[in-house]
Design a protein around this ligand. Structure first.
Ligand code: LLP
Length: 434
């Protein structure tokens, strides 16, 4: 559920008319609902009642410092993957002590920064990495807290580019070699073994793969507790969200109307299946959900440039492009697209929704039936809160979009639209061309 809805004919985020946001800050602009993020966070927390659980929001999904502060105020730690993300946590005035550092290629400088700021734990993906973390910790005269990421080889049906739990991808150490990796870790003088970690993939829409992975890794976690005294088990992130009926899924009635076998995954179902399997381990449980926390909390608002009618095709050309929201071009992913002003008296038109960038991949939707729209009117891309802004680029010298956070009837810009001067600030003409 989320807080985007029509009040009369106008699309609102909580109590704010998106048209008012676009008037003030222009387009394309990402608009986020603070209440939706809070609901998502609290529902997941309630679903996990009975566990000693720590939610570490996977900030790669959306790392704006205002969102980090919001989640930190709610009690979240963070799952971070770079020195830049460590610095974002600090910039948000949030807590590195409850955050974990993941990723297959942490540099020495990144490891040092995380250690100096009291990272809760490193999630280690290979034996050479153990050695590197040990080396940096030794230089600083500290013991580095670590957990090894194990790869449970679970087939989690999702897009090929975002599956991570199968043994044929680059993540983690296969379960059968993991015990040896822990023995190796135990020999390093500057490492402190704290936990075990897994993550099987992203945008998973059923609970089965999560259950399978917990059942595979759970007994190993129990062994590690006995042998190495680990205190936590991180079960990763990956809970999926609704993309197809995104707007309707804001309402309880939509969820109630879904047939039992087609119901998207909810935090309640997730918790009900996992809590009884995790509880007996007597370990702290970390979770690293990103998309679930913010995906349905954000939309990308864009303005129509032209309706171009070509032979047998209509193109709705809008001012957002693949540089602003790359998911459709990169993963063929679906985002629902709705008019900001709904008008049921207009006829429906089938359109390709495209951006102004000079390549055919700059296409958000093909043959999409939509209310007929014309120049200057606004649309919203739903479910754009996760992996939208964070994956954006400056392709075609288009500056990064603005971002706005709404809470109730208040809204503020939390990131200004990037200017041309900012885009070229680091560029120089070398002396030999002058
Ligand atoms: N933990 C680890 C170790 C991860 O690699 C990821 C995501 C997460 C947690 C958070 O997963 P989530 O809860 O958000 O599914 N750009 C893609 C998604 C890539 C996910 C990468 N890893 C997309 O737009 O669909």
């Amino acid at each position: 559920m989320h807080h985007f809805h029509y009040a009369g004919s106008d699309l609102h985020c909580e109590s704010v008319d998106l048209d008012a946001v676009a008037k003030l800050y222009g387009t394309p602009t990402y608009v986020y609902s603070a209440a939706t993020m809070e609901d998502n966070f609290r529902r997941l927390q309630r679903g996990l009642a009975g566990l000693d659980a720590q939610l570490c929001y996977a900030m790669k999904a959306n790392s704006n410092i205002a969102l980090l502060r919001h989640f930190s105020n709610l009690g979240a730690g963070f799952d971070l993957v770079s020195g830049g993300e460590v610095r974002r946590v600090l910039a948000a005035g949030a807590n590195v002590h409850t955050s974990v550092f993941a990723g297959v290629g942490k540099s020495e400088a990144e490891i040092k920064l995380a250690l100096e700021n009291g990272i809760f734990s490193f999630h280690v993906e290979s034996e050479p990495e153990l050695s590197r973390i040990n080396h940096v910790a030794g230089k600083l005269g500290v013991k580095a807290p670590i957990a090894i990421r194990v790869n449970p080889d679970v087939d989690a049906p999702t897009h090929a580019k975002i599956t991570t739990g199968k043994s044929d991808n680059k993540f983690g150490i296969p379960l059968k070699y993991a015990a040896a990796a822990y023995e190796a870790a135990a020999k390093y003088p500057n490492l402190a073994i704290k936990g075990v970690q897994m993550h099987i993939g992203s945008q998973l829409t059923s609970v089965g793969p999560f259950v399978e992975a917990v059942e595979k890794v759970g007994p190993f976690a129990a062994e590690l507790k006995a042998r190495h005294g680990i205190t936590y088990f991180s079960i990763g992130g990956g809970m999926g969200i609704v993309y197809k009926d995104a707007l309707a899924s804001g309402q309880r009635a939509w969820w109630d109307a879904q047939p039992a076998d087609k119901r998207p995954l909810t935090p309640e179902t997730y918790g009900a299946a996992l809590v009884p399997r995790l509880q007996p381990l007597g370990l702290k449980i970390l979770l690293e959900h990103g998309r679930f926390m913010v995906g349905n909390s954000g939309v990308l608002v864009s303005r129509v440039e032209h309706l171009k009618r070509a032979a047998g095709k209509n193109f709705l050309i809008v001012d957002a492009a693949m540089n602003d929201l790359v998911r459709p071009a990169m993963y063929d992913s679906y985002h629902e697209i709705v008019p900001v002003q709904r008008d049921s008296s207009r006829r429906a038109l089938t359109v390709d929704v495209v951006g102004p960038i000079c390549e055919s991949a700059d296409c958000f939707a093909k043959d999409r039936p939509m209310q007929e729209l014309g120049e200057g009117e606004l649309i919203a891309f739903m479910s754009a809160g996760a992996y939208g802004y964070t994956m954006a680029s400056r392709y075609n010298t288009r500056g990064m979009a603005a971002e706005v956070l709404v809470r109730g009837s208040a809204f503020e810009q939390i990131n200004a639209r990037e200017t041309f001067e900012q885009m070229v600030a680091g560029e120089r003409i070398p002396a030999f061309l002058k």
